[in-house]
Design a protein around this ligand. Structure first.
Ligand code: GLC
Length: 388
């Protein structure tokens, strides 16, 4: 079987880490599977996929279209640029169609909203699966467009029950299959903290939030929660990540977060680190990993990855995130958008080393049973076969 994976960006965020885990698991389940990855820009995702045995392709998308996000309607300048970019779109679609025709896949696996739109709108003569990593019902621009083109899609793969319900509301006629994300347990496993990451142990409890700078990831709530954690508790806080999507306006800048840290009087307690290529080492060097999203999280891959690394995790009880942890057993829940609730959970865990250890051990055990990536390949091959 030959599959083309379509992914807009070639930088590596959550949906891209899932894609890599998926390709690895698929090839483990069936080593004759011929995987092709096609991105709309060059970047590290292609190199990683190549290492897993995938053939890689780039068809560049006009920048103005790549940059267009939900905010475009509110910004006349971006709307004008988008209109300009749209002229280049037919040429792009033509190149895309020709590349797909040359590869002659049995199935197309589309991994982002923009690739869903492109594959839905055109009859590529190949069955198309949409892998849905986000909610659609709250997207004013994307929702009607996806609805208009969904007819051609054979199956929508949802990363959680929450996303599946949302898809069913927007696309009532679509066939929806839930396949919870998995984690590459060959890379994400418990281990000794590496001193290179945050320096040698100094007795302080290290608390970190790792996420893209998308505004809804809640770095602002985290900073305000840090301000509520008593200074005399020996803790250090970290924000790890950066802006990765081209969609303008939807992300914090580093300067903005630094000003927020200043306004909350926590500058001296918080360290900012850019994206790290070795995220398992980052998790292992933290004592507490915090998830703080201010909208229901479709899944929350960092929660699963941190659990797999045997960390004590605080996660927001909402959306798909609450399907992946058992509050009080393998992670601690906190209320969405509540710095008081997040601060209380952080304070409790910082003070209680026994609780941290208990949660961490349970998290690693849960990860081995819930997030094992072997189930992905098996599930996806079945789904692909059902589309042929
Ligand atoms: C998207 C979702 C996130 C999920 C990731 C991987 O980024 O917002 O919740 O973990 O995709 O599926």
């Amino acid at each position: 079987m030959r599959v083309i994976f379509l992914n807009t960006i070639a930088r590596i965020g959550g949906a891209e880490r899932c894609l890599l885990t998926l390709i690895k698991s698929l090839r483990r389940a069936d080593d004759s599977l011929d995987a092709h990855l096609l991105c709309f820009e060059p970047g590290p995702l292609l190199d990683e996929a190549h290492k897993l045995g995938a053939t890689t392709h780039v068809v560049e998308l006009p920048r103005a279209v790549a940059n267009a996000g939900e905010g475009v309607l509110r910004d006349p300048r971006r709307l004008a640029r988008l209109a300009g970019g749209l002229c280049a779109l037919p040429g792009f679609i033509d190149r895309l169609r020709r590349t797909v025709a040359r590869i002659r896949p049995d199935v197309i696996h589309s991994n982002n909203m923009k690739t869903h739109l492109l594959t839905g709108g055109r009859d590529l003569g190949v069955p198309v699966c949409w892998h849905m990593h986000d909610f659609v019902s709250n997207r004013r621009v994307m929702r009607p467009m996806l609805r208009a083109v969904a007819r051609r899609t054979r199956v929508v793969i949802a990363i959680s029950n929450a996303v599946a319900e949302d898809v069913r509301r927007v696309l009532p006629r679509a066939r929806v299959e839930v396949v919870h994300n998995a984690v590459d347990l060959d890379r994400y496993f418990p281990g000794v903290p590496d001193e290179q990451i945050f320096g040698p142990a100094d007795g302080s409890v290290r608390v970190g939030l790792a996420a893209t700078y998308a505004r809804w990831k809640g770095q602002d709530v985290f900073l305000r929660a840090v301000a509520r954690v008593p200074r005399e508790l020996h803790a250090r806080f970290f924000i790890i990540g950066g802006p990765i999507y081209q969609t303008a306006g939807s992300q914090f800048t580093r300067d903005e977060l630094k000003s927020l840290a200043e306004a909350s009087s926590v500058v001296d307690r918080v360290t900012f680190l850019p994206f790290q290529s070795d995220m398992p080492a980052v998790y292992r060097a933290l004592d507490i990993v915090v998830h703080a999203s201010t909208q229901p999280e479709p899944f929350g891959l960092t929660i699963a990855e941190a659990m797999a690394c045997g960390r004590s995790v605080i996660a927001i009880r909402a959306g798909g995130a609450q399907e992946i942890f058992d509050d009080g057993k393998d992670a601690l829940g906190a209320e969405m958008k509540s710095e008081a609730s997040l601060a209380a959970a952080m304070e409790r865990l910082i003070k209680d080393a026994d609780l941290r250890n208990r949660l961490a051990e349970a998290a690693a055990a849960s990860a081995r049973s819930k997030f094992h990536s072997d189930r992905l390949g098996v599930a996806l091959i079945q789904i692909y076969r059902s589309c042929l």
